[in-house]
Design a protein around this ligand. Structure first.
Ligand code: GAR
Length: 214
């Protein structure tokens, strides 16, 4: 049996997603648009942000999703902030933690608590162009094909096992805003598809190889 969206009907309850975001939250919006379909298999139950002015907060509120602001400036040091983030995530009892434009590095102690269950989306074809300015770096390097990557989070910066990728051509006419926007269209689709599949089918990781459903 299938729903109108084509997903098989699930008998088990939806997996609990906690989204971490620092910015406007278009990826969060895409997940919120998907999660009302029970057959999607996953539901956003909480948002954690480090920025009190993050647009993602408005999206969560409008969707009736609880949120927590854990701003670095409210803590004595980074260790205490990491403890605060861990507590904020844990309160929501997530099955998966989704980093969707979360622009801070989490301490290994936080990452390890969610080993195999913490996912990041990055606007480049990793392992090329990790870090904070991937689209700028992509254009500066002159590559002809870029894209987006959904990967597991490990102790490094954008280094964890890759779960899914989509390629996006770089046009001669592109600048940072136009390429960013085209990547983000592909990224939203990839994130929604990948998170839904891993919620419904599970994820298996052997070394650097991550695969959904088998
Ligand atoms: C997304 O493109 C995400 O991949 C990127 O920030 C954007 C957030 O957009 N993350 C990184 O660059 C992390 N290195 P959004 O707030 O509209 O979802």
């Amino acid at each position: 049996m299938q729903t109108p969206s084509g997903h098989p009907v699930e008998s088990t309850s939806a997996k609990r997603l906690v989204v971490l975001a620092s910015g406007g939250g278009s990826n969060l919006a895409a997940l919120l648009a998907a999660h009302d379909d029970a057959a999607y298999g996953a539901r956003v139950v909480g948002l954690v942000t480090d920025r009190p002015a993050a647009g993602a907060l408005d999206l969560a509120r409008d969707a009736g999703v609880a949120s927590a602001v854990v701003a670095l400036k409210d803590f004595d040091d980074r260790a205490a902030w990491n403890d605060g983030v861990l507590e904020a995530i844990t309160v929501f009892q997530p099955d998966y933690v989704i980093l969707a434009g979360f622009m801070r590095i989490l301490a290994p102690g936080v990452v390890r608590k969610f080993e195999g269950r913490m996912i990041n989306t990055h606007p480049a074809l990793l392992p090329s162009f990790p870090g904070a300015h991937p689209v700028r770096d992509t254009l500066a390097h002159g590559v002809k094909v870029t894209g987006c990557t959904v990967h597991l989070v490990d102790d490094g910066v954008d280094t964890g096992p890759i779960v899914a990728q989509t390629a996006v051509p770089v046009l001669d006419t592109d600048d940072e805003p136009t390429l960013t926007e085209r990547i983000k269209v592909a990224e939203r689709a990839l994130l929604v598809e990948t998170v839904g599949r891993l919620a419904r089918e599970g994820l298996h990781v052997t070394g650097r190889k991550a695969s959904i459903g088998h």
